[in-house]
Design a protein around this ligand. Structure first.
Ligand SMILES: NC(=O)c1ccc[n+]([C@@H]2O[C@H](COP(=O)([O-])OP(=O)(O)OC[C@H]3O[C@@H](n4cnc5c(N)ncnc54)[C@H](O)[C@@H]3O)[C@@H](O)[C@H]2O)c1
Length: 341
């Protein structure tokens, strides 16, 4: 059993704790949160003995083999770097970091140790619909992919009331940018489907719908890939709707098309009006945390790369962070690509 420590016990950290228990290939032996109320909850509800207030303490615990980082977006860097330096395998939630400077610091730490299994939490890669779309793309059935789009349209107005009782702060209102926190999910899928890196980005944004947020609540960006494909991602945090039935997704190749959870594949070059059919029999409307946790734990056990390794995920985060920079500067900017050494 891989012995796991979880840092950050908000909604997401607790969901990961439950997923580790349900998958049954790991043992969550330790938890960490700077908020003592959340540590008490981990003791009362889950009976976890080893509890720490700081990432440094958890990372110094020899009973922990692997660390799952579930702190808020601006706070991934410190636990990630501490865990890597302590020789622990790491899973870090998306977005990998909240600034390009943080990303550089994390990538430098990750590059220094090639022996660890480092995963990034782009969980949509484990949704059966997106797994099937990836197979259509990777097998060449869609042909040459020239345009992709994916949107993150999620009513997050409730976040205005989520005050951290330990700090009195609300990182969501202060620091969250829709393209990074939400939009990097579809952008990660589009990079995965395109099988290519983003090299350039531009965009626009507005702040009409969620004035409590300090950053713009509606952001749209265009991405150019190294192979010539083009993509669009829109991220909206305050649509006056419930969640849409399925995320907007479009992938156009010269032999086929994906729209949301349907696909049309040409039989031959003359078949220019193929009919749409469902992409996959199953779909997961929420977060498929269990297959994601299983993949990371098995990657550690079998010494193989996880489905979304740290550098791969870092590139999805980097493209959206650079998009925010491009919006702020009203410029078209190049995107730095991180490579595993
Ligand atoms: N994969 C997904 O689809 C998905 C879904 C939801 C959230 N997330 C991500 O998961 C992360 C956590 O989200 P959340 O909503 O649970 O956040 P949250 O703010 O509710 O919880 C984070 C917890 O981390 C603790 N914390 C923060 N910094 C710390 C530090 N340095 N040391 C110890 N504890 C610290 C806080 O006290 C808090 O209890 C975020 O990065 C978020 O974007 C991912």
């Amino acid at each position: 059993m891989v012995r796991v420590g979880i840092i950050g016990l908000g909604h997401n950290g607790l969901a990961h704790l439950a997923a580790h228990r349900n998958v049954g290939l790991s043992d969550v032996v330790a938890v960490c949160d700077r908020n003592p109320e959340r540590l008490d909850r981990a003791r009362d509800e889950f009976g976890i003995e080893r509890r720490y207030r700081t990432a440094a303490e958890l990372c110094a615990d020899p009973a922990v083999d692997a660390v799952s980082v579930n702190t808020g977006d601006p706070y991934h860097v410190e636990p990630f770097v501490a865990a890597v330096r302590a020789g622990k395998h790491v899973f870090v939630e998306k977005p990998v970091a909240n600034s390009l400077a943080q990303l550089d610091e994390m990538a430098a730490a990750a590059a220094a140790d090639a022996g660890l299994t480092l995963a990034a939490g782009y969980v949509l890669r484990f949704n059966p619909v997106y797994e099937a779309v990836h197979r259509f793309c990777a097998s060449g059935q869609l042909g040459r992919i020239y345009y992709l789009e994916g949107d993150y349209v999620h009513n997050l107005l409730y976040q205005a009331a989520q005050i951290d009782t330990a700090t009195g702060a609300n990182w969501y209102l202060d620091e969250e940018r829709p393209l990074v926190g939400g939009g990097s999910h579809p952008l990660d899928l589009l990079r995965w489907f395109a099988g290519a890196e983003v090299v350039q980005v531009a965009g626009y944004s507005s702040r009409f719908a969620f004035p409590e947020m300090k950053q713009d609540d509606c952001q749209v960006a265009l991405f150019r890939f190294e192979n010539g494909a083009v993509a669009k991602v829109a991220a909206l945090y305050a649509p006056r709707t419930a969640m849409p039935p399925f995320n907007n997704l479009r992938v156009y190749g010269d032999r086929g098309t994906v729209e949301r959870d349907t696909v049309a594949l040409a039989e031959d070059a003359g078949d220019v009006h193929p009919a749409f059919k469902p992409v996959a029999a199953d779909r997961v409307d929420g977060h498929p945390y269990e297959p994601e946790v299983r993949d990371w734990v098995l990657a550690i056990r079998d010494s193989r790369p996880p489905r979304c390794d740290f550098f791969d995920g870092a590139n999805s985060t980097a493209a959206t962070l650079t998009a925010c920079e491009a919006i702020a500067r009203n410029a078209i900017l190049p995107v730095n690509v991180y490579r595993r050494p």
